[in-house]
Design a protein around this ligand. Structure first.
Ligand code: 2P0
Length: 349
């Protein structure tokens, strides 16, 4: 029987609090601004990926959510990512003659998301992060996560941030070859374990405008965009990192909401305009501002990616205060009437 190697890994979704939107190099996925995200707990939304390599395999194959992707060889991003990982293995084999030359073998990959794919829930981020981490493990590479993040970035920009848990920055870098465009940890999850995220799925359908094409339309046509990347985001990047290190929730929340609004404003300022938020999303925005006004301080922040679904960030101590309102707004959750004063809430919303 042929010799085989296997590896398995899970990668969680990350939700940006300072958004990546725009590329300065579409080949290498080099962004026009740095970004920050929070990687959700492994037990929530995640991709699980397993890989196997064997000298008798005759081609690379990939199964996504149970179905084989027959276009694998035509996917530039996938082939580029696999080629980069194999190159690293080749370099290792060149230095150590005792290693089996598995860099020449084909790989079979099976990947499963436990949440809707391409619905603006960062499926490509978790997907490419899991693929890179899994194949790196399969090929027994010694590179650290920051080094691997440069490869994951080429699969999907936001994927580079999913290689780390907790609070993560993707530094845009300056070089044209992408060697300094990488993900780094701002703080591990344990630094601020009270931080919680709640996802309100307004619609799980596939989005109309993919992030990749949407952001390039914005780069080409939006006037607001220039101000965003040259002035707004660079300042926010430093402020947000500090708010995380200082565990300053009110500042973190304000920056998060403002950045979501700024990103969606540039989408609307694109021509023709791109709409990712829907009426339910707007209701959530209004509700969050009302909740914060009601309590006299910012206890919750919203952020929206390239889709209508809201991600709310809050501290664990405020979960009950927040959920009181969420349950009242989306009355289809069992038992809310018994637990909370529905009349008062209805007046409020
Ligand atoms: C982000 N998004 O920072 C932003 C916010 C969506 C809105 O990264 O073309 O799927 O694969 O690099 O990473 C979505 O874009 O785009 C994204 P590609 P990607 O999370």
């Amino acid at each position: 029987m042929s010799e085989t190697y296997t590896a398995s890994i899970t990668a969680p979704v990350n939700i940006a609090t300072l958004k990546y939107w725009g590329k300065r190099d579409t080949n290498l996925n080099l962004p026009t601004n740095s970004s920050i995200s929070v990687t959700l707990d492994q037990s929530d939304l995640k991709t699980t990926t397993s890989a196997m390599t064997c000298s008798s395999f005759t081609k690379d194959r990939l199964w996504l959510n149970g179905e084989e992707d027959l276009q694998l060889s035509e996917s530039k991003r996938l082939t580029q990512v696999l080629a980069n990982l194999r190159l690293k293995r080749k370099e290792k084999e060149a230095k150590d003659a005792s290693l089996t030359k598995i860099s020449d073998w084909f790989i079979h990959i099976v990947s499963i998301n436990n949440f809707p794919t391409a619905a603006g829930l960062a499926s490509s981020a978790a997907g490419f992060a899991a693929l890179v981490a899994c194949v790196a493990k399969l090929l027994q590479l010694d590179d650290d996560m920051t080094e691997l993040s440069k490869i994951a970035r080429q699969g999907s920009g936001s994927a580079c941030r999913s290689l780390f848990g907790g609070f993560v920055a993707w530094e845009m870098g300056e070089h044209s070859d992408g060697t300094d465009s990488k993900a780094v940890e701002v703080a591990p999850l344990e630094h601020w374990p009270q931080m919680k995220a709640c996802i309100l799925v307004a619609c799980a359908d596939k989005k109309d405008v993919s992030s990749t094409s949407g952001m390039q339309l914005t780069v080409k046509t939006s006037d607001l965009f220039q101000k965003r990347i040259t002035e707004v985001v660079p300042e926010r990047f430093e402020q947000m990192k500090k708010s995380i290190l200082d565990k300053d929730f009110e500042l973190f929340a304000e920056l998060t909401m403002k950045d979501s609004n700024s990103f969606h404003a540039t989408c609307l300022d694109s021509y023709p305009p791109i709409f990712y938020m829907n009426d339910t999303s707007k209701k959530v925005v209004r509700l969050v501002h009302k909740i914060n006004a009601f309590y006299g301080k910012t206890i919750v922040a919203y952020t929206f990616d390239a889709g209508p679904n809201a991600v709310l960030y809050y501290l664990e101590e405020n979960e009950d205060k927040l959920m009181t309102f969420i349950y009242a707004m989306f009355k289809n959750l069992n038992g809310w009437e018994n637990k909370y004063n529905g009349d008062e809430l209805n007046k409020f919303i």
